[in-house]
Design a protein around this ligand. Structure first.
Ligand code: NAD
Ligand code: LMR
Length: 338
């Protein structure tokens, strides 16, 4: 016979499951890599998001500990934990949005591309699960190197016959968040008033801030342009070095991931005018993937915006970015095709 407390627990669980199944308003979101440095604060912030009704937390370690902890927060979303590969399909079934921060982070001296050998395989496995269990979900890919993992995901989905470029979004929001912060510092403004488009990709010279398009409109000296461009391009390395071997950006990344995921959910809800930068399939340049502003709607990235007018400094930066991006994209495609 179950004890009273066990009976109490199981009937309460049934009620919350009823609430989840009975169509509590909101979206179903899975985080893959939820026990990690990004995953934990991201899970916490998504549990607070009123657009989320169900939150699935998947990891290969400690998923149940993080789930127990987060599930005590008195916010709307029902939280469930999933541990290890055998539970991946349950974690993904029925999801509207899947956020992927799974994989290893950099240590000082490494490039993001040095993570390819481990993270490419992780992303492939997770995307095979998505293709099988929630092929219509929007995917927010955070795992590095984003310039290669997004093409990997696209190839996995193509192979499975589920690829829709509108639903595959590489997360570059942290570059925009940093750019807004650093530009606001230079201008003496509140960062919340500043918007800097950052295009290209998510690594070194492929991160191209368009300082000529900053809102509110402003001008920079050549020295300011050089300082800001370098600082934005090396923001990730700045954190990796400060953390001295214990990892890369996690807290600012969780903030950026939630900013982007919330925009995706508002788009799914049908809100008008939701625009963010993201690394997506693109015809804006001659490369198959590129980050620019995109409009998020019910189908995902429904519109991919052009670059707009660039100044000479940005045109030179664009050529450098494209050269490096081309190799990273091809490397990702080859990983699945060959
Ligand atoms: P972390 O090591 O703290 O956490 C990663 C988590 O992934 C761990 O909990 C680990 O158990 C889990 N994991 C490993 N293999 C898995 C698998 N097969 N399935 C599910 N989960 C798995 O690392 P972190 O600091 O959270 O960073 C995660 C990734 O995000 C790194 O690749 C990092 O480079 C990247 N990142 C990207 C951006 C961006 O702007 N796109 C910013 C910061 C970090
Ligand atoms: C970042 O930009 O902070 C991430 O891509 C992590 C890293 O390796 O720099």
């Amino acid at each position: 016979h179950p004890s009273n407390s066990q009976m109490g627990e199981s009937s309460m669980l049934k009620r919350s499951e009823c609430r989840a199944k009975g169509g509590a308003p909101g979206f179903k979101v899975a985080i893959l890599g939820a026990a990690g440095g990004i995953g934990q604060p991201l899970a916490m912030l998504m549990k607070i998001n009123p657009l989320v009704s169900v939150l699935h937390l998947y990891d290969v370690v400690n998923a149940h500990g993080v789930t127990a902890d987060i599930s005590h927060m008195d916010t709307g979303a029902v939280v469930r934990g999933f541990l290890g590969q055998p539970q991946l399909e349950s974690a993904l079934t029925g999801m509207d949005l899947v956020i992927i921060p799974a994989g290893v982070p950099r240590k000082p001296g490494m490039t993001r591309d040095d993570l390819f050998n481990i993270n490419a395989g992780i992303v492939r496995t997770l995307c095979q699960g998505i293709a099988k269990c929630c092929p219509n979900a929007i995917v927010n890919l955070i795992s590095n190197p984003v310039n290669s993992t997004v093409p990997i995901a696209a190839e996995v989905f193509k192979k499975a016959g589920t690829y829709d470029p509108k639903r595959l979004l590489g997360v570059t929001t942290l570059d925009v968040v940093r750019a807004n912060t650093f530009v606001a510092e230079v201008l003496g403004l509140d960062p919340r008033e500043v918007n800097v488009p950052v295009v290209g990709g998510h690594s070194g010279v492929t991160i191209l801030p368009l300082l000529s398009q900053v809102k509110p409109p402003c001008t920079f000296t050549p020295e300011e342009t050089e300082y800001l461009t370098n600082r934005i391009q090396n923001g990730g390395t700045e954190v990796v070095e400060a953390k001295a071997g214990t990892g890369s950006a996690t807290l600012s990344m969780a903030y950026a991931a939630v900013k982007f995921a919330d925009a995706c959910l508002r788009g799914l809800r049908g809100d008008a005018g939701v625009v963010e930068c993201s690394f997506v399939e693109s015809q804006v340049t001659d490369l198959p993937f590129f980050a620019t502003k995109v409009r998020l709607g019910r189908k995902g990235a429904e519109e991919v915006y052009q670059l707009g007018p660039l100044n000479e400094y940005e045109r030179v930066g664009l050529e450098k970015a494209k050269k490096e991006l081309a190799g990273s994209i091809q490397k990702g495609i080859n990983f699945i095709k060959k």
